[in-house]
Design a protein. Structure first.
Length: 284
């Protein structure tokens, strides 16, 4: 079996496989301002055969008040959930949402973290599927089961690692939040405004074109190289507010051929929970 799809798939690629038992599709729609939105939207209509994964219940772990708004899930629990949906060692997984790949990329990153590389995000998401006049359904998917035993890899970075390398030339933080949140001008989700000292800003939506599709790999490569300067991809640590939209930047770099960047999943919401950690509130 080949390597499969490991970054993006188009609706034209997915459509012939929508009933393929070797493909498993996940609806990851979620709204940070309305936690029940995704389940309601899924119940109303979704891609045929797609399973629903909730960002907070399935793709995140328990919150302590100090580990961020979307801490990483327990690997065994997530593996069991994926297996119950039919994800096995050889499965081609496809994740979609309706928000520029934000929560779909979280599942993409988590599967890679667990060692499963045959996972891709649907380019253009649910909207692209509808625009292509492809079928949707409100029917629940047929039960499936497989064996999946993911083991966490080195793609994740802890807050202690970030703190230890603050200001080091060996690490560059890339913050995926909107520029106004990065600058500390408009904080809507976390109690403290600003960014981690030394971070640079790459709004995750800047990876998309006007149609909501990812930009061409060569364009993404040029933009990231301009941002990263002399830093190698392995020195890049992505973050955002809670380790969700930062996954889109990881995906965009992989798509651009800049492989090996990592994610600080705790991100700003974990960082700012400890008042002893330094904060900047002006452009880096």
């Amino acid at each position: 079996m080949g390597a499969g799809f490991s970054t993006l798939v188009t609706v034209d690629t997915l459509a012939p496989h929508i009933d393929d038992p070797g493909w498993v599709v996940f609806d990851c729609r979620f709204d940070l301002a309305d936690a029940s939105f995704g389940r309601r939207a899924y119940a109303d209509s979704h891609l045929p055969g797609a399973f629903f994964l909730d960002l907070e219940e399935d793709l995140s772990g328990p919150k302590s008040g100090f580990n961020g708004r979307h801490p990483l899930p327990d690997s065994a629990r997530l593996s069991a959930r994926l297996a119950a949906c039919g994800v096995g060692k050889g499965s081609q997984v496809v994740a979609y949402d309706d928000a520029g790949g934000m929560s779909a990329a979280r599942l993409w990153w988590l599967l890679r973290w667990l060692g499963h590389t045959r996972v891709a995000v649907l380019d253009g998401g649910f909207q692209a599927w509808l625009e292509a006049s492809l079928p949707v359904t409100a029917a629940p998917p047929a039960a499936r089961a497989a064996q999946f035993d993911g083991k966490p890899g080195p793609q994740g970075v802890t807050v202690d690692e970030v703190l230890a390398h603050l200001g080091s030339p060996e690490m560059l933080l890339v913050d995926a939040r909107s520029p106004d949140r990065f600058r500390g001008e408009n904080e809507m989700l976390d109690p403290v405004a600003g960014h981690i000292p030394g971070a640079v800003n790459r709004f995750y939506r800047d990876n998309m074109d006007e149609r909501g599709r990812f930009k061409a790999p060569l364009d993404l490569r040029a933009e990231f190289l301009n941002l990263l300067g002399t830093h190698d991809a392995h020195e890049i640590v992505h973050q955002c507010g809670s380790g969700v939209s930062g996954c889109v930047n990881v995906l965009a770099m992989e798509l651009a051929g800049l492989t090996g960047s990592r994610l600080y999943a705790g991100s700003w919401s974990e960082w700012c929970a400890d008042p002893s950690r330094p904060v900047r509130t002006r452009p880096a």
